[in-house]
Design a protein around this ligand. Sequence first.
Ligand code: SF4
Ligand code: SF4
Ligand code: SF4
Length: 353
Amino acid sequence: MELVKLTIDGQEVQVPAGTTVLEAAEQLGIHIPRLCHDPDLTAVGACRLCVVEIEGMRNLPASCVTMATDGMVVRTNTPQIIEARKTILELLIANHPLDCLSCEKLGDCKLAEYCYQYGVKESSFINPEKHSYEVEDNNPFIIRDLNKCILCGRCIRACAEMTCNDIIDFSYRGFKTKVGPFGDTTLAESDCVYCGNCVAVCPTGALTEKQMQGKGRRWEYQRVKTTCPFCGTGCNFDLMVKDGKIAGVCSNPESVVNGKQLCIKGRFGWDFVHSDKRLTTPLVKVDGKFVPVSWDEAFNTIAKRLGEIKEKYGANAFAALSSARCTNEENYLVQKFVRAVMGTNNVDHCART
Ligand code: SF4
Ligand code: SF4
Ligand code: SF4
């Protein structure tokens, strides 16, 4: 593998050829701010917040799309860079609602975080035009407030590159540029599959999870890493828990199985957990009606009925079908029970084929 050696803020680092300056800086623990960049998506260099100084180069190149080369000398935090970043942030907030006090994203908003870091309290651009888009709320899962959209394009790339659905893209031009499905319709009118991967990568409050609205501030949630119970892929994500109750699900970028990606079931299908329709006691059918019984009564009934069937029709009259939604341990127990207790090999699994 070809390696290149460069200097960033006075420190030398060696990286494989093809590494960007932003990635090389990260190897030294230097964080370069970015809004449009996401490590799981194609870099586009759109927001320009990651600009750096590189000796011998004119202007300030975007570090997320500039490849590290041998002998390169990079500076990431000079007064000129700080000034440029402040100007970019001021441009971004010039037509932004800045209703952070009531914004669902506060505490997890990259725009607010960088404005805080660079001391940007207001925009010096006078009398800017403001958008007054209606907040899109006509689906059960995602709220789109395009007034808070900074046109970073992360959602577009997530839809195309993670979900492979290509539902959304930029439309119109100039100040009127906006992100949305073809024909400027809503997600509900499009072929959106509500995976929410666009929400997971959005750096602002433009895209938020409907189920979490008004349930708590981001810093109030305990993030509990768990494995999705819906299929055998075994995606990991974080349950957002407040006061012992699940308020929603957020991607856990550290998940080795799925990264930030989830499907509609994993991201939005958890509300059954607190459903009052869940069974809390075993039920046994008596005279055609389900009757609540104790666990001992339920197990005795099962053992008695299975014993009767085996005795009357033989072990091969029994078969068990297990599920990819169970754990390995549960599936092991099912086959053990079928073979050792029922005395048959009639056991199969929905994920076998
Ligand atoms: S998206 Fe961020 S900057 Fe905009 S209102 Fe919400 S918290 Fe504030
Ligand atoms: S929810 Fe999924 S399919 Fe729908 S726009 Fe977002 S990324 Fe695309
Ligand atoms: S909706 Fe969010 S992710 Fe998409 S372009 Fe706007 S700010 Fe970026």
